[in-house]
Write a protein that binds this ligand. Structure first.
Ligand SMILES: C[S@@+](CC[C@H](N)C(=O)[O-])C[C@H]1O[C@@H](n2cnc3c(N)ncnc32)[C@H](O)[C@@H]1O
Length: 259
């Protein structure tokens, strides 16, 4: 589906208020930079410091500098600060089109899969979910699926993901709706990950911060996999567990593309 063109309105404040309800807020220069790099449809991009933002682009993001120069509209600092929940040091904010659920489901279901899908089973912490989406983007994972009530597109998750929701397919599904593929569920009681090669079509599933893997997810699991951990330590943090597992996948053959 073609995204609507960005707006260059005479009244950016009214345009922002009109679009904000249905759009994804990109908070800060880096989130906008990542979103543009990964093809997000940007509806409106504002800054209280256009020269500063373009200087950052010259320094850090030459590949998208011209696009950012076309998109960014300067507004007074008070105007910018009134539109965002918490002003960002770069004084940049943008509204992007959320990718359609149908497109994400198609991406998640496509086979043969060349990189795993990360499944967070009933995660509770918005910061963990954002960090996991950033990891999944970095490792070129096919997507991040959450089960349970947490919205993986919640503004706090998007902030934690640094604009990288657009680099991987992010959706909430039930356990029954999970895409096809062998489920490798991470659990300290499982088989040592160092003795395994994780296949590219795997669903890598992680339990909730509070209670670990649900009975439903365990029932769907083909393998239980443990990360090395000294006795007397109960568990690792959710996002660090995802980091170690994706690293293991990449180090045993499923490396992310360098370019
Ligand atoms: C913070 S832990 C959950 C702790 C929870 N209190 C429990 O009872 O399992 C979140 C998730 O990270 C993964 N995890 C943490 N440490 C792990 C380890 N040593 N081996 C495998 N998975 C681990 C598991 O998927 C776990 O469900």
């Amino acid at each position: 589906m073609t995204d609507p063109a960005p707006e260059t309105p005479a009244d950016p404040v009214s345009a922002w208020r009109r679009l904000a309800g249905a759009a994804v807020l990109l908070d800060g220069f880096h989130a906008l930079k990542h979103a543009v790099r990964f093809g997000a449809g940007i509806r409106l991009a504002l800054t209280a410091d256009r020269a500063g933002a373009l200087a950052l682009a010259d320094e850090l993001a030459g590949d998208v500098r011209d696009t950012l120069a076309e998109l960014l509209i300067e507004v007074p600092h008070e105007t910018y600060a009134a539109l965002v929940p918490r002003p960002h040091p770069t004084a940049v904010a943008a509204l992007a089109v959320r990718p359609s659920r149908a497109d994400n489901l198609q991406e998640l279901a496509r086979t043969p899969r060349t990189a795993p899908v990360v499944v967070l089973d009933d995660p509770r912490n918005l910061g963990n979910a954002g960090a996991v989406i950033r990891l999944a983007a970095g490792f070129g994972a096919t997507g991040v699926v959450t089960t349970g009530t947490l919205d993986p597109w919640h503004p706090t998750v998007v902030r934690g993901g640094a604009g990288l929701h657009f680099a991987t397919a992010v959706e909430r599904l039930t356990v029954e709706e999970l895409p096809p593929g062998p489920v490798f569920a991470l659990d300290p009681e499982g088989e040592d990950i160092r003795s395994l090669k994780l296949p590219d079509d795997a669903l890598l599933a992680f339990g909730s911060e509070r209670s670990g893997l649900s009975a439903e997810l365990r029932a769907r699991a083909d393998h239980l996999v443990a990360l090395p951990m000294r006795p007397q330590v109960s568990s690792y943090n959710l996002a660090t567990s995802v980091a170690m597992t994706l690293y293991h996948w990449s180090a045993t053959g499923g490396a992310p593309h360098a370019s």
